[in-house]
Design a protein around this ligand. Structure first.
Ligand code: SAH
Ligand code: MG
Length: 200
């Protein structure tokens, strides 16, 4: 059984790699799953499911964890559905097929994990922070964006990429200046921001 599960995970990762689906790196997954256990997180709202890999890994780390995850791409959503079924995790993971920029999610979560369109992080943050429990956490992936965020603009060739990188910098500034959260930037995987809501 254990052997089988490891094989299933390996196959899922391999498939994502082959299809160029940007799933979270091992280091990031290890951090997320350890974080969930250490901070006693019971519920997660994920923005950006892709094919369900990170949601599946979080669910496997804690059988009591409940995850709601939003994906706007139809093919990825369908594939995520299939994968969640294959891992037998339908009781733990609720998949929402919607654009997270205008979805309405009911309920509150101990943790929100933002891993979708990198230029829209402020909008995702502001849309869903009302769904965060007191003392909850908002984690965001790809804060370094393959090391580009700390490069000077002149070294980044494409204009679109420069614009995206500026938006990630703006999001860093937004987090640092947000008086309601205590923020840490970690050089784990592709860079993870951890924002803890400060109760007043
Ligand atoms: N968390 C996943 C990887 C997500 S990749 C993992 O580690 O396994 C980012 C995903 O976000 C893509 O599948 C993309 O389609 C989705 N996405 C981008 N913008 C979105 C939006 N506005 N609403 C919902 N999903 C979005
Ligand atoms: Mg990511």
């Amino acid at each position: 059984m254990m052997e089988n599960l490891n094989t299933m995970i390996k196959d899922l990762k391999k498939h994502a790699l082959e299809e160029n689906i940007p799933i979270m790196q091992d280091e990031g997954i290890d951090y997320l799953t350890t974080f969930i256990i250490k901070k006693q997180i019971h519920s997660v709202l994920e923005i950006g499911s892709a094919i369900g890999y990170s949601a599946i890994m979080m669910a496997l780390a804690d059988p009591n964890l409940k995850i709601t995850t939003i994906e706007k791409d139809r093919d990825r959503y369908l594939e995520a559905l299939k994968n969640i079924k294959e891992f037998d995790l339908e009781n733990q993971i609720t998949l929402v097929f919607h654009d997270a920029l205008d979805a309405n999610i009911e309920g509150n979560f101990d943790m929100i994990f933002i891993d979708a369109a990198k230029g829209q992080n402020i909008r995702f943050f502001e849309r869903y922070e009302n769904n965060l429990n007191p003392n909850g956490y908002i984690l965001t992936d790809n804060m370094n964006f393959h090391g580009l965020v700390d490069k000077v603009d002149a070294e980044i060739e494409s204009k679109n990429l420069r614009s995206l990188v500026r938006k990630i910098r703006d999001y860093r500034t937004f987090l640092v200046n947000n008086p309601n959260y205590q923020v840490e930037f970690l050089n784990i995987g592709d860079g993870i921001a951890v924002a803890r809501k400060i109760e007043k």
